[in-house]
Design a protein around this ligand. Structure first.
Ligand code: AHR
Length: 632
């Protein structure tokens, strides 16, 4: 092959913020992930609204030592710590002659990770009705009860909520530690916000981030951080407000729920099926973006839910409130410390503005006209009050066909500055579509490629992505920002794959796609240099259909599916058994195809297109697909 370059030619300028990251609390990316809190369900707010299997004591087990006696329960009553932190732990103690009773927390997934010699900051809010006070003992230990730190003791005094703190020093390393909080004496002890943080957070910030994960993200040197979602921002978008408490569960993601002292923050049902504590909230997102030199890029819900929910709010007051809240968000980020929301930012430790310049409204919207009507309301209000802010529109998921086209047309006709596009496709698609943006209208809205990934976490995927990124750079006059998605995944709690960075309780590692992102982000050019490749054709010959495609019964369930080459090499197999790596059984699947080594399963549902890349690089195989029809 011959590559001809013309270094003197002008080429397309590339902005420093072309490449960024998209953080969403999916796959335990926040609680149990980037947010360094080690105690799961620290505020006893878990409940069936988050996940049917949850209760306020999820993560906790009542335990005793030295013959301690008591009853552990939770309460949501007038004695609560805060109106938005409603439920607390109640211990009815009965230990007049000694012994301690309390609860043990098992941390996230496999337990609490501790490093020998590391310092761990403990805190709890407590009140007691025992006139003489209540002795509290805090211990770190393994599952068998063997100590992992010298115990911490505190005397709780008075029946007013008070914060007690202390530091525990780990004597051994483990990824399966336990934290116990037990009390002696008699009477009623109330506890809330039982918290344990490694002292060694990223930049040693209090209420901070897990160092190894934050450092891996920082090492990318991203130009921007898109947050907090994704479908996450559409959680319960249609929920109104309970007049009495102003706090129904499962309401949409609202930034005001996530700021201020952590003990006053709400928790909420997370779109991905668990509880989100909001300990990692808007202040922390802005601070993290600043710490790593990236532009903050929040996404607010448009009150027309995408992500397969397909509803538009009919509640005008709710819409107006969200628009007003968005203006307040801009004041929180950019207002002087003397302004209402700038004052809150300053009180949290950041008097200087964060310098917000871009904000997106909506995510993967499926109702184009209803969405766009709301978007225009947000946009008009923001542009009137803050003309310097770029308001980013949405184009729905790329595979939504007519919806995508309609949204693009609406954005184009209204002269929107920038439009958010998303797509998750096979590596073959990425290889074959590097020219996607060559034909985009240079006079139309710019593109924010807010989410993309080739489906798989193998070298072939990352090479396809690298190839695709050269197409983005060549079109950097149109494509202004791009972020791979999702960013983080806890191996013990996966809702979505592939992912850029994987982790468990005490380790993390980048995928090959991470290495590609790092390579491109750390070497963003000033401009492209026009080039031309000549040589034999490299176009792959796609294999389509032909392997049982038309014989799938749409209502049957299959298991033990495999694709083999004539020599018996298994390119792909899955027994669909339960577990993190299993696909949902093949009931009601629409069509299957193999395209140039990528194994593609399509579904009629909006969220369920799954593609796995097989370990093949050549394009023309004689493949056999075998599927055993499940007896059930
Ligand atoms: O990145 C994972 C999900 O993919 C996002 O939440 C959503 O926007 C998209 O469907």
């Amino acid at each position: 092959y011959t590559i001809t370059v013309d270094p003197a030619a002008a080429g397309t300028p590339i902005s420093d913020s072309l490449y960024g990251v998209f953080f969403e609390d999916i796959n335990f990316a926040a609680d149990g992930g980037l947010y360094a809190e080690l105690v799961r369900n620290r505020s006893f707010e878990f409940g069936p609204a988050d996940n049917r299997s949850y209760s306020p004591l999820t993560g906790w087990t009542p335990t005793a030592d030295a013959g301690g006696v008591g009853v552990a329960s939770t309460a949501d009553d007038a004695a609560r710590l805060h109106e938005r932190n409603r439920t607390y732990l109640r211990l009815d103690l009965d230990n007049p002659g000694g012994g301690r009773y309390g609860v043990t927390n098992a941390g996230f997934t496999t337990g609490i990770a501790l490093r020998a010699g590391g310092a761990y900051d403990f805190s709890v809010w407590a009140r007691t009705d025992a006139a003489a006070g209540t002795p509290l003992t805090v211990t770190l230990h393994d599952a068998a009860g063997q100590p992992l730190a010298a115990p911490l003791t505190r005397a709780v005094r008075g029946d007013r909520w008070t914060r007690y703190t202390g530091t525990l020093k780990a004597t051994r390393s483990t990824d399966a530690g336990r934290l116990s909080v037990r009390a002696g004496g008699t009477g009623v002890l109330r506890l809330d916000m039982v918290s344990l943080f490694p002292h060694d957070t990223f930049r040693e910030r209090p209420n901070g981030l897990r160092r190894d994960l934050a450092e891996k993200i920082a090492a990318l040197r991203p130009g921007f951080v898109r947050f907090p979602g994704g479908c996450l921002v559409n959680t319960g978008s249609m929920s109104g407000y309970d007049a009495a408490s102003n706090w129904p569960r499962a309401r949409s993601y609202q930034w005001k729920d996530t700021v201020g002292p952590v003990e006053t923050r709400a928790t909420n049902a997370n779109f991905w099926g668990y509880n989100q504590s909001y300990g990692l909230g808007y202040y922390e997102y802005f601070q993290f973006a600043e710490d790593i030199g990236a532009m903050p890029l929040p996404v607010v819900p448009a009150l027309v839910t995408g992500c397969g929910q397909n509803q538009a709010t009919a509640d005008e007051a709710l819409l107006q409130r969200h628009i007003a809240d968005t203006l307040d968000l801009i004041e929180f980020a950019n207002g002087p410390a003397s302004s209402t929301w700038g004052r809150l930012r300053a009180s949290m430790g950041h008097p200087r503005p964060f310098g917000l310049t871009h904000l997106a409204v909506g995510n993967e919207e499926n109702l184009p006209d209803a969405y766009f009507a709301n978007f225009q309301r947000f946009r008009a209000a923001i542009e009137a009050a803050h003309p310097g802010i770029t308001v980013i529109g949405n184009s729905g998921p790329d595979d939504a066909g007519a919806t995508f086209d309609r949204l693009w047309q609406l954005n184009r006709d209204a002269g929107v500055d920038m439009v958010d596009e998303h797509y998750y496709n096979s590596p073959a698609w990425f290889l074959q579509n590097t020219t996607r943006y060559d034909s985009y209208d240079r006079a139309g809205p710019k593109v924010f490629l807010g989410e993309y990934a080739s489906q798989g976490n193998k070298l072939a995927n990352s090479l396809a992505e690298a190839s695709y990124l050269t197409g983005l750079e060549r079109n950097a006059d149109v494509v202004r920002m791009a972020s791979y998605a999702p960013l983080l995944a806890n191996v013990d709690n996966v809702q979505w794959r592939p992912d850029l960075i994987w982790f468990d309780n005490d380790e993390s590692w980048g995928s090959t796609s991470y290495q590609v992102q790092k390579l491109f982000m750390n070497n963003v050019g000033d401009r492209t240099v026009p080039s031309r490749v000549t040589g034999p054709s490299t176009a792959p010959t796609p294999i389509t259909g032909g392997i049982g495609l038309s014989t799938w019964a749409t209502s049957a369930t299959y298991d033990d599916v495999r694709v083999t080459t004539p020599d018996g090499t298994v390119l792909f197999a899955d027994d669909f058994s339960a577990g993190a790596d299993a696909w949902t059984p093949l009931a009601n699947r629409g069509s299957w195809s193999v395209v140039d080594g990528a194994y593609t399963q399509s579904d009629t549902g909006a969220q369920d297109t799954l593609v796995r890349a097989a370990d093949v690089t050549a394009s023309d195989y004689d493949l056999t697909l075998r599927a055993r029809k499940n007896a059930g």
